[in-house]
Design a protein around this ligand. Structure first.
Ligand SMILES: Nc1ncnc2c1ncn2[C@@H]1O[C@H](COP(=O)(O)OP(=O)(O)O)[C@@H](O)[C@H]1O
Ligand SMILES: [Mg+2]
Length: 371
């Protein structure tokens, strides 16, 4: 197989007719999801576990095994038994850090290639990719295939390295271009990025990280919190197959875009349901713990628990005007535990404090019973 020569952007051969209804549905779903986002009180807090979950699933597409629970446990002081598990968790934490850095950067400056390089550097910080040209466009030929596959038998061979810089320049221009439909534009941005494969590793994850950033920058979302990886992970074979069809030079663009628009439509609905359930849970909990504790500290404590649903008691902050004493906090946590809201995931031992989990929220984010 020879290195692929990417098509120049914008793609000229699109057949818009069959895409129209898919575009309509995808745009409506995103708008509906954004409506729900608008209703989230304190989204930075309430949606925090969903960001971690996206980092988990996007990394899972690339083969990491760690779950949301594993990441949260690690952050509450549990060291995994195996080094490979620790590296998986570190990759996920890097992913989340990169997303947050991107969000901050785009607040003051449009997305650009320098930011992309920085995100790559953060993503591969001190993990398996550290010798893989962190923060640099590749200067060597790469290819996609099972580990150890020679280039001749690769699934896909991205462009020769001398084409990468120019192709990425054109890609960046297209990113900021005015196009008939931003979601179709995004489908092309993601796929062309995977085709160029500008880095030695991390291309899949970075390409997916761009999805919420683009939607936010284009004004389709009021916050960069839209997560597609759950769908892509559930339909991984189809995802890769549709990308592969582009590399084979068939009329793949229409098929890829149709797949992507459907993914957006379905996942926007899932995300809307999830965000909605989180708000409901928050409101229900607020009432319940005020009833249980009659404490002015109950709601600030609940916010901390939503932001970090698995924690050591010493992780909690005691700040506030009417500062809560350590003893007062211990009492509040005891009430929440006794009423089954918090579960003990690790008993206190020696100098290690107890670790507690707000199981209902973690289960909701994971979409299954894990605690
Ligand atoms: N045949 C293909 N053509 C284009 N892109 C592909 C193909 N197969 C897989 N991909 C993309 O490449 C990604 C994997 O690239 P890689 O650099 O290893 O990313 P990461 O390190 O995030 O795993 C996949 O997630 C997918 O998006
Ligand atoms: Mg990889």
């Amino acid at each position: 197989m020879k290195p692929f020569v990417p098509q120049s952007l914008p793609i000229k051969e699109l057949d818009w007719e069959p895409l129209i209804s898919l575009m309509g549905a995808a745009n409506r779903s995103i708008a509906h999801y954004d409506g729900i986002l608008h209703g989230v009180p304190n989204p930075a807090v309430l949606l925090s576990p969903l960001i971690t979950q996206e980092a988990v699933l996007s990394s899972k597409i690339e083969g990491t095994q760690a779950t949301l629970g594993d990441v949260l446990k690690f952050e509450a002081g549990e060291t995994p038994e195996q080094e490979s598990q620790r590296l998986d968790i570190q990759e996920i934490i890097n992913y989340r850090r990169a997303l947050r850095i991107a969000e901050k950067a785009i607040e003051s400056c449009p997305f650009n290639l320098n930011l992309l390089l920085e995100l790559h550097s953060v993503l591969l910080d001190s993990v398996r990719g550290r010798d893989k040209g962190r923060g640099q466009l590749r200067r060597v030929q790469n290819w996609i295939g099972a580990p150890g596959t020679p280039m001749e038998q690769a699934d896909f061979v991205p462009p020769v390295p001398t084409l990468v810089e120019e192709a990425m320049g054109q890609w960046e221009k297209f990113y900021h271009a005015d196009q008939p439909d931003p979601l179709v534009q995004l489908a092309i941005i993601h796929a062309q990025f995977e085709i160029i494969h500008p880095f030695l590793d991390g291309n899949g994850r970075l390409g997916r990280m761009l999805i919420p950033l683009f939607l936010w920058e284009k004004g389709l979302l009021s916050r960069p919190t839209f997560y597609l990886s759950a769908y892509l992970e559930d339909h991984r074979d189809e995802y890769v197959e549709r990308l592969r069809a582009l590399g084979a030079g068939t009329d793949g663009w229409n098929r890829w875009i149709a797949f992507f628009l459907l993914a957006i439509t379905k996942q926007a609905k899932e995300n809307a349901d999830k965000a909605h359930s989180i708000i409901e849970l928050y409101e229900a909990m607020k009432t319940r713990i005020i009833d249980l504790t009659h404490s002015q500290h109950a709601v600030p404590l609940l916010d901390q628990i939503f932001e970090r649903p698995l924690f050591q008691s010493t992780d909690l902050k005691l700040s506030g005007d009417h500062s809560l004493s350590r003893q007062g906090l211990t009492n509040l946590l005891r009430v929440l535990r006794e009423n089954g809201i918090l579960k003990v995931v690790r008993m206190a031992r020696g100098r290690r404090p107890q670790a507690l989990a707000f199981a209902e929220l973690i289960n909701l984010c994971e979409g299954k019973q894990v605690f």
